[in-house]
Design a protein around this ligand. Structure first.
Ligand code: ASP
Length: 326
């Protein structure tokens, strides 16, 4: 009997805490939500995030604000999100880098799986191999021997180790057996500015950052990295068509810090699904060469599964390429 009392009391305390949590989750959100984008403003991840955030704001009745925390291939921003309060008011919108970083960084300040609650997949974006407008090679067939002959004289911009642009460059260099000079930026927004200005020669980046410049003739596009051509860029061949076995799409997901109330995660996932069904989001995505994830993929389970399988996939790719964590 004596030992039952504290247990009953503890049970009552736990139950009231649970009820308070549920009431909190039911009211959620009562203040603006910050989404950390781990790359610079104006880049492709930022563009996706701002479109989705605007539609989610309308559904949630609270502002969904973007905070750009660029650096170290997206790991600085992801680390900041992992350390944030798990109250549903700080989220992370990141891409494939969540799955590449665990193999590429010896001292990663977060665990992609243990430190986050997945909310849902957002979109998978094709990449484009692009160059400054006056770069000598005209086609991918010309670009391949050019890189092989000129190697480190070719200046390739990327968003740091583990970023999509670095990953694409790595696969390209592996395939060509050549090494270019890589210049890391905090995101490919500023890298695009330098490509337009001719300070760097090349980049491989998401269509969400290259479509407008390609269509305006401001940069050269050699190939898309998807097995099929991209509808908004019908004249750009696939890398595979031009004899380069490069097939990579950049998936993006939304996360909350680990321990966030399940009711909040469910509310955010529902809001994400609504945002992805929004006509403005869908048409803007289409103009930029991508499409919203279907509702069944904008779920915690689908993102959890993608993340886990992609971590394994990239670990294998890096191991066989002999790429060690730094
Ligand atoms: N496209 C960048 C990358 O290479 C990231 C960004 O600026 O959104 O990962």
């Amino acid at each position: 009997m004596t030992s039952l009392l504290p247990r009953v009391l503890l049970g009552a305390v736990a139950a009231s805490a649970l009820l308070a949590g549920t009431a909190f989750a039911q009211d959620y959100p009562t203040q603006p939500i910050t989404v950390i984008v781990p790359f610079s403003a104006g880049g492709p991840t930022d563009t996706v995030a701002r479109l989705v955030a605007q539609a989610m704001s309308a559904d949630l009745g609270q502002q969904v604000l973007i905070q750009n925390v660029g650096g170290a291939g997206g790991t600085l921003g992801a680390g900041q999100a992992a350390a944030a309060a798990n109250d549903g008011y700080t989220l992370l919108l990141h891409h494939i880098g969540m799955s590449t970083a665990p193999s590429l960084y010896a001292d990663l300040p977060f665990d992609s799986i243990d430190d986050f609650e997945p909310i849902g997949l957002i979109t998978t974006v094709p990449m484009t191999i692009v160059a400054r407008a006056d770069f000598e090679p005209e086609t991918l067939e010309e670009l391949i021997p050019y890189i092989q002959e000129n190697g480190e004289a070719v200046i390739y911009g990327n968003a740091g180790i583990g970023a999509a642009s670095q990953l694409c460059g790595l696969l390209l260099q592996e395939a060509l057996g050549a090494k270019m000079t890589e210049v890391p930026y905090q995101g490919t927004g500023p890298a695009m500015t330098d490509l337009l200005g001719g300070q760097i020669d090349m980049m491989c980046d998401q269509t969400t950052n290259t479509t407008n410049q390609i269509l305006a003739g401001e940069i050269k596009a050699y190939a898309v990295t998807t097995p099929e051509r991209v509808e908004s860029l019908p004249d750009i061949p696939t890398a595979i068509e031009s004899g380069l076995d490069l097939d990579v799409g950049i998936w993006h997901g939304l996360y909350a810090p680990a321990g966030t109330d399940q009711a909040i995660i469910d509310r955010l996932s529902e809001s994400l699904q609504l945002a992805l069904a929004d006509e403005t989001v869908a048409s803007r995505f289409a103009e930029l060469g991508t499409a919203p994830a279907p509702a069944e993929d904008a779920t915690p389970a689908a993102l959890a599964e993608t993340l886990a399988s992609q971590i394994e996939l990239w670990r294998g790719v890096f191991e066989s390429a002999g790429v060690a964590a730094q």
